[in-house]
Design a protein around this ligand. Structure first.
Ligand code: C5P
Length: 412
């Protein structure tokens, strides 16, 4: 397929090199047309080398080839990324001051805009009107992703991930012009890692959770277009870019953060390993090892079940009835029952909508890069299996969550 890839003048232009790679590796012939401003971010040499085609944005280069007409006519698809506020305005008003805008006016095939700009620009009435105009004329305009922007600010305005733009482009050529990222406009809260329950200022009760699964879920949800809040207990891996991170230590801190975040979340995924018990007393000073006293005895008290409380909070609020609550279960079978039987009982007890079940042993799952899970649904649909890397498993879980949100009626 012949693709014209227009590159706008935004910092996200650098990410478009990966998008170009996805197109060329899929066998497409790509002509890149960078705006003048975009070459301040990525030079034309990069586009020429990666596309294998000459690059220009002037209607006066190679005039005998009549590029300002030919490129648009011949393109099976035109993709503009990042589509800046300026480019959207130019396209909406039919300006033709350079090769890219000429090409947009001459395009015979589908046109996809992948916007990236600051939240206020995206939400400005002028941009909203331009987007509506373009959509009204049949162009596809993706919702930008949410998360960290160029400065310290965050919100909707990030360029969707290259793979997401690629998927949208392929959906568009297959005739699905209303394609949006499956979690566009949704807020997803994910807890990850293991809580630590202090005994004294230096000691704690912890667990083996690495946080890898929760972080992979955060990445998959972000890539699917969601605004992601990561409630990070102790993790061995760094938090990913483009998600809001709130650090928590204990189950009680996680409970407070989760109940607050749930108030405006479409999805809550409790992938953290929450300690079921905490020491009844936390010593202010380090517990001493002394020969003249008896060995210390640690008394434990039960932690609240956060997942269960999230379900209760959701069910108590009419407004929240569309919210999806997802739990994780790390189970081992025993002589009384197999893993799935225990997991089904847990799903009913906790009342969450989906339960992602791991089969654990000391060497399985915790800290590993791969995983195999079964997704159980309270609504009673068939158990769904997913296996592979934690990234692949997370993508399958996020696909299932998107399906439940977009195609299944409210739950509470
Ligand atoms: O009961 P169990 O610990 O096996 O349940 C696991 C699920 O419940 C996970 O989703 C975990 O994050 C959540 N959980 C919780 N609060 C607890 C214990 C577990 O939300 N105190």
């Amino acid at each position: 397929m012949r693709i014209v890839l227009g590159v706008g003048g935004g910092i996200a232009a650098y990410k478009v090199a990966s998008l170009l790679r996805l197109f060329t590796e899929a066998g497409h012939d790509v002509t890149v047309i960078p705006t003048e401003a975009s070459t301040r971010f990525v030079g034309t040499a990069t586009w020429e080398a990666l596309s294998g085609n000459p690059v220009s944005n002037s209607v006066f280069d190679d005039v005998h080839l009549v590029n300002h007409v030919r490129l648009g006519h011949e393109a099976d698809l035109v993709v503009v990324a990042p589509a800046t506020a300026d480019l959207l305005a130019k396209a909406a008003t039919g300006q033709a001051g350079d090769l890219l805008t000429n090409t947009l006016l001459m395009a015979h095939g589908p046109v996809l805009f992948a916007p990236a700009m600051h939240t206020e620009m995206w939400q400005h009435a002028a941009t909203r009107a331009n987007v509506e105009t373009l959509r009204g004329r049949g162009a596809a305009v993706l919702e930008p992703a949410s998360g960290r922007l160029t400065g310290a600010d965050s919100g909707p305005g990030r360029l969707p991930e290259p793979q997401a733009i690629f998927d949208a482009a392929m959906a568009l050529v297959q005739g699905r012009s209303d394609y949006q990222l499956p979690l566009a406009g949704r807020t997803v809260t994910i807890s990850a890692g293991g809580t630590r329950e202090p005994l004294d200022p230096v000691r704690f009760l912890g667990n083996r959770s690495s946080g890898k699964q929760g972080v992979a879920l955060a990445v998959a949800a972000r890539n699917a277009g969601a605004t992601v809040r990561l409630l990070a207990a102790h993790m061995e891996v760094p938090a990913p870019a483009g998600v809001e991170v709130q650090r928590v230590e204990t189950a009680l801190e996680l409970r407070e953060a989760a109940l607050a975040a749930a108030a405006d979340s479409d999805v809550i995924i409790m992938s953290a390993a929450v300690a079921d018990f905490r020491p009844a007393e936390v010593s202010d000073t380090k517990i001493k090892k002394r020969d003249d006293t008896a060995d210390p005895v640690i008394t434990l008290v039960r932690n609240p079940d956060i997942l269960q409380e999230l379900v209760e909070q959701r069910n108590a609020s009419r407004a929240g009835s569309g919210q999806l609550v997802v739990g994780f279960a790390a189970e081992t079978g025993d002589s009384q029952g197999d893993v799935l039987a225990y997991a089904q009982a847990k799903l009913q007890r906790k009342g969450c909508d989906l339960l992602v079940v791991n089969h654990v042993g000391i060497d399985k799952v915790f800290g590993q890069d791969s995983n195999a899970v079964v997704i159980l649904s309270r609504a009673g649909s068939e158990p769904q299996e997913a296996s592979g890397t934690k990234t692949e498993v997370s993508e399958a879980i996020i696909r299932r969550i998107s399906f439940e949100l977009n195609h299944v009626s409210p739950r509470a």
